[in-house]
Design a binder for this molecule. Structure first.
Ligand code: SAH
Length: 219
């Protein structure tokens, strides 16, 4: 009997976690469990669900992309998520990264520039019964100051520099991950804030769409 598409997706998901994440060094059990749980096919446009478990970024609406699974896993792990953390995410996009964060943190505040993407994402997370998420449409380069400080901040679009408003909204002891640099030459930067100030570590080369807005690119 041919496997149902649900079974097929489940086994592709297991394989993604093993080959693209665990074998490449992602160790956090919480992150691996979340990525085993969330059906990535729900976050792709209808015509490209067959590529849900492919090893790369994929186009979504509004000229944006859903990030590569490895990048989602790596960035989430860098935040050192814990069940009591409050996380700010800039660039909701498809909502896939949001869903993973919702599984590993207490609450996720997510900001998206495009209303259409924000609405699609919130519907997908509702369907998955992930209720610990607040959504905002607007310029996330300025953060979400009313809910600050955050123990973890993740930016899933490339910024010209580490956005100052996000550093300000990071709690002492907190971690911020953000791709920095022009398209085609970005570096994923981890910022750790301590009593003494902020320390920046360059983690890896990466490629993201542009972060727009006041502390992002002006087109
Ligand atoms: N994590 C998402 C990545 C989406 S791509 C996913 O895997 O699906 C990056 C997203 O950042 C896009 O949806 C884009 O619209 C959004 N974006 C760009 N600049 C922004 C800004 N200033 N504020 C909020 N969202 C922004």
């Amino acid at each position: 009997m041919p496997a149902s598409s649900e079974e097929r997706n489940r086994s592709e998901r297991e394989r993604m976690v093993a080959e693209q994440l665990a074998q490449r060094g992602i160790r956090s059990e919480a992150v691996l469990a979340a990525m085993r749980r969330i059906p990535r096919e729900l976050f792709l446009p209808a015509g490209s669900r067959g590529r849900a478990y492919a090893d790369g970024a994929q186009p979504i609406d509004c000229g944006q992309t859903i990030s590569q699974p490895y990048m989602v896993g790596r960035m989430t792990e860098l935040l050192e998520p814990r069940p009591e953390l409050s996380v700010l995410e800039i660039g909701t996009g498809s909502g896939y990264q949001t869903a993973i964060l919702a599984c590993v943190a207490k609450h996720v505040y997510t900001v998206e520039w495009h209303l259409k993407l924000m609405n699609q994402a919130s519907r997908r997370l509702e369907k998955l019964r992930l209720k610990n998420v607040s959504y905002r449409c607007g310029d996330g380069s300025l953060g979400w100051p009313e809910r600050a400080p955050y123990e973890a901040i993740i930016v899933t679009a490339g910024a010209p520099d580490v956005p100052e408003p996000l550093c300000e909204q990071l709690a002492v002891g907190g971690r911020l991950v953000v791709p920095v640099g022009p398209t085609g030459d970005q570096t994923l930067v981890l910022v750790r804030k301590t009593e003494e100030g902020a320390q920046q570590i360059e983690v890896l080369k990466c490629r993201f769409v542009k972060l727009l807005g006041a502390a992002g690119w002006r087109e």
